[in-house]
Design a binder for this molecule. Structure first.
Ligand SMILES: [Zn+2]
Length: 51
């Protein structure tokens, strides 16, 4: 599913992407935006550790 990536500094729309990790520099203010998509609840495979 695509999501909008917006600059954290000037809120300019940078791109739409289906991503897990993205690193993109804003062309307006040159802020480097780094975003990591979190795994949705229910799909978290690390959740069943304890018995
Ligand atoms: Zn910006």
């Amino acid at each position: 599913m695509k999501e909008e990536i917006r600059c954290i500094k000037c809120n300019r729309k940078l791109c739409e992407a289906d991503y897990k990790f993205i690193s993109i520099k804003c062309p307006r203010c040159y802020e480097l935006n780094v975003s990591t998509k979190r795994v949705p609840r229910g799909l978290n495979y690390g959740d069943r550790r304890k018995k």
